[in-house]
Design a binder for this molecule. Structure first.
Ligand code: AMP
Ligand code: MG
Length: 325
């Protein structure tokens, strides 16, 4: 394919529609980690698709950067949450009921699923100033003294920010369940608590994009071996990754339950086939683009008299100190 200079839409529907799982029981084994839903014919065939997708991700990235800036700008110019809500005006059309929006990308995956790579590629296109990226490891002593959502609430992006969660509250129904870190009654109760929490987020103008990067057992094995072969990748390896791998089926079952029980209309689960990194990045880029598009963002109007400020600048009051040093 030559002359890739514009974004080509996914084929067969939006990526949100194509990758959404449920309603009903989710069967991960039926979703091929090497498949490429939505990839248009324009991508070509075979190896060429990789190059095509990479070029598209670059183009998509420029758009994501612009949209993210609009989100950030809207929050900067908006009245804070303490200010009484004023009557909605044309100027507030880019805000939900006058409240600045937030977007939160939740990334879940088995080890080597590509969470870090996705963040590097997709978030790399956006302005770091407006990003709020948080990773979740085993809870600290202080975190364990609170309920499981406590650390999650504290990590939410402020209005106007794009948040990215590298792992999330879902670990509390994944690793916590498989490794029996809590008793069954405790993790069983968490699905409903998560659904309540996510509804609360949606009501607070947080748009969730919940993505499971779906890799195969074989692909994980290859990526782990890479980490054990290339000395520049040792840092990515943790011996406990092999213990987790040994319980692959239990983790897949726990994932399937989380997707089934917490895939809601307000916060659907999206499964991105992730054995092919180029497809993964392309798919997640489109998911974010669609999310931004649905927010109908725009740059906020000036909250000052533009003509008057121009006049002041011309008449010298804004220029006298320039180049004085
Ligand atoms: P990584 O993402 O490779 O840096 O690994 C983070 C580790 O933290 C993984 O092994 C997760 O399973 C673990 N982790 C994350 N959240 C929790 C949690 N809520 N409870 C226990 N372990 C967790
Ligand atoms: Mg790891």
């Amino acid at each position: 394919m030559s002359g890739v200079d514009e974004v080509v839409r996914p084929e067969g529907g939006s990526m949100r529609e194509l990758l959404r799982v449920g309603p009903g029981a989710v069967d991960l084994a039926a979703l091929d980690p090497r498949s490429t839903p939505g990839l248009p014919a324009a991508a070509g065939r075979g190896e060429g698709r990789k190059e095509w997708a990479r070029a598209q991700v670059e183009l998509l990235g420029a758009g994501l950067g612009r949209q993210q800036e609009m989100l950030y700008a809207a929050a900067k110019g908006a009245a804070g949450p303490e200010t009484p809500a004023s009557a909605p005006s044309q100027a507030d059309a880019h805000l939900a009921g006058g409240r600045p929006q937030r977007v939160l990308l939740v990334l879940q995956a088995m080890d080597c699923g590509g969470k870090d790579g996705t963040i590097k590629r997709v978030a790399g296109a956006m302005n770091p100033l407006g990003l709020h990226i948080r990773s979740f490891g085993p809870p600290t002593g202080e975190e364990l003294r609170h309920d499981f959502l406590w650390r999650i609430r504290r990590a939410l992006p402020p209005p106007g920010y794009v948040g990215i969660f590298n792992r999330s509250h879902y670990e509390d129904v994944l690793v916590a369940r498989v490794e029996s870190l809590v008793d069954e009654a405790t993790w069983q109760a968490r699905y409903d608590l998560i659904n309540d929490f996510e509804r609360e987020l949606a009501d607070g103008a947080v748009t969730l994009v919940k993505v499971m990067l779906h890799i195969s057992y074989v692909e994980q094995g290859e990526r782990l071996m890479e980490r054990l072969t290339d000395p520049t990748k040792y840092w990515k390896f943790n011996p406990s990754d092999l213990d987790t791998r040994a319980r692959w089926d239990d983790y897949q079952a726990a994932y399937a339950d989380a997707l089934t029980r917490c895939g809601t209309d307000t916060a659907p689960w999206l499964v991105v086939p992730a054995d092919r990194k180029w497809y993964r990045d392309w798919a997640v880029s489109h998911l974010l683009r669609e999310t931004f598009d649905a927010l109908h963002l725009g740059y906020p109007p000036a909250d000052f008299d533009v003509d008057r400020e121009r006049q002041r600048l011309r008449s010298g009051s804004g220029t006298t100190k320039v180049n004085s040093g």
